[in-house]
Design a protein around this ligand. Structure first.
Ligand SMILES: NC(=O)c1ccc[n+]([C@@H]2O[C@H](COP(=O)([O-])OP(=O)(O)OC[C@H]3O[C@@H](n4cnc5c(N)ncnc54)[C@H](OP(=O)(O)O)[C@@H]3O)[C@@H](O)[C@H]2O)c1
Length: 275
């Protein structure tokens, strides 16, 4: 059973994303969270549309702005023993820097907090990563599929790899647990599996959120460096293969066909009535 009686402060970056929302649902499941929760967002109104109750809890603090604003990130991290980062990007757009920018801000802010003394303790970072960046999980994939996935998502993966390196090189400022899921998919929860040995083909956002909540609440994960998370029903090439290939195809188009992303956005706006 998760221990919900602790009184620590949790800093959360990425709560409005699909993974982030699935975690926040758990964190806000009790009427008033027993812990302090500092949430960084780039849109406060988006967060409150999703979680109106967040505005009414005295121990929930919402910080809105650019992730490069070190002073704001310092406020978000102040007093936090646990940092959750589910920021990221799924589209293979060139020039993505969200995770690197976040890493620089987080590390600068932690450096300042450490130097300011006042009872600073090294926090634990739970970072949403990818099974593609776990050598053991990746080795279990057919090499061609692994290459296609790395190529079709080369831009977000480059950002993730750079941010991960920055965090892992900064062991004096934080300790890191990499959460390395396979394909993230919007479907019902079927129960989660957390493993250091293997992952299945897919995990639902709901299962991933529940698994990360367990990692936040349970001390048993404190000495691990990397874990995979899968849905119990996350296997079956017939079930997930078409979606994997659809995303690979889209990633290759977005990443390597000049102008595709812009044209796609125009079509999306026209057909969603935005123009
Ligand atoms: N897709 C997969 O199958 C898969 C598999 C394994 C791992 N992953 C990893 O999962 C990550 C994506 O997770 P997800 O699906 O939960 O993502 P998501 O739903 O797109 O959420 C991304 C979060 O990052 C925030 N964000 C993005 N750009 C930002 C910026 N410039 N400034 C501030 N905040 C920003 C978003 O804020 P807003 O809500 O304001 O947009 C949102 O909170 C990727 O980085 C990828 O490496 C994906």
């Amino acid at each position: 059973m998760a221990d919900t009686s602790d009184s620590r402060t949790i800093a959360f970056l990425g709560a409005t994303g699909k993974t982030g929302r699935a975690i926040l649902r758990w964190l806000l499941a009790k009427e008033a969270p027993p812990f302090g929760l500092n949430i960084y967002v780039r849109s406060r109104s988006k967060l409150l549309d999703l979680f109106p109750e967040a505005a009414s809890y005295s121990r929930v603090k919402i910080l809105e702005g650019f992730v490069s604003d070190t002073e704001m990130i310092r406020q978000c991290l102040s007093g936090a023993q646990t940092i959750i980062c589910t920021l990221g990007e799924n589209e293979n757009k060139a020039g993505i820097r969200i995770l690197q920018d976040a890493a620089h801000s987080i590390l600068d802010a932690l450096g300042e907090l450490k130097n300011s003394g006042s009872g600073w303790r090294k926090p634990r970072l739970i970072l949403l990563s990818s099974s593609t960046y776990n050598a053991r999980f990746a080795a279990a994939r057919p090499p061609l599929i692994h290459w296609l996935i790395k190529t079709a998502f080369s831009h977000p993966y480059a950002d993730l790899a750079a941010a991960q390196s920055l965090f892992l090189e900064s062991s004096s400022l934080l300790s890191v647990l990499l959460v390395q899921p396979p394909l993230l998919i919007e479907e019902d929860a079927s129960g989660y599996e957390i493993s250091t040995d293997s992952v299945r083909l897919a995990v639902s956002y709901e299962d991933l959120g529940a698994a990360i909540f367990e990692m936040i609440m349970e001390r048993g994960y404190d000495n691990l460096n990397a874990v995979g998370v899968s849905s119990r029903k996350g296997d079956g090439f017939g079930r997930y293969g078409p979606e994997i290939f659809r995303r690979i195809f889209r990633g290759l188009l977005v990443g390597y066909v000049p102008g595709f992303w812009v044209i796609q956005q125009v079509f999306d706006r026209i057909f969603s009535g935005g123009v």
